[in-house]
Design a protein. Structure first.
Length: 172
């Protein structure tokens, strides 16, 4: 039970996508209104990079918890969570794609969603391997931690640039 709770809390981070998307849409709207562009984009990137980084940390914590409880395997729960996550991410990626203005904030979110998608696919594969090929249940938390670390790279780089280089790269 605790194992599937950790798994579900990991998947529940998709709810945290909503405030991130709201902030991104507000920033994109204000940028179109042509307020202080550079300052606004710096603030937007800082806030969104921090929020996105927070979800990576959340995933790592949930995966560590699963790692310590890995002997209890519930492949059915894994499959359900992965498939719901996959559908949820496809929908959110589609919503964001329509609003995409190629800003730094959108690159950060797209990057995160890409790894969410990879994560759902890996979770499905892990469930199949554990169920049908008697694979070790630690495959799933190990894969989750690796994916979450990759996921954290772009927000860390953005924050680093923001703090130490006082500029952000953008694709205008
Ligand atoms: Zn996510």
């Amino acid at each position: 039970m605790t194992h599937s709770l950790a798994l579900i809390s990991d998947a529940l981070h998709v709810i945290f996508h909503l405030p991130v998307i709201v902030v991104a849409i507000v920033v994109a709207y204000l940028l179109r209104k042509n307020y202080n562009q550079h300052k606004l984009e710096s603030w937007g990137t800082g806030i969104i990079a921090t929020m996105i980084l927070g979800t990576s940390v959340w995933i790592i914590v949930a995966a560590c918890y699963r790692f310590s409880n890995a002997y209890i395997v519930q492949t059915a729960t894994m499959l359900v969570v992965a498939i719901i996550g996959l559908i949820g991410n496809f929908v959110q990626l589609k919503i964001l794609k329509d609003k995409d203005n190629h800003s730094t904030t959108h690159s950060l979110i797209n990057w995160h969603f890409l790894f969410d998608l990879i994560s759902s696919v890996v979770l499905i594969m892990a469930a199949v391997i554990i169920q049908f090929f008697h694979g070790s249940p630690i495959i799933d938390p190990i894969a989750s931690i690796i994916i979450a670390i990759c996921m954290a790279l772009l927000p860390i780089q953005s924050l680093w640039n923001l703090i130490f280089k006082k500029e952000i790269t953008h694709h205008h």
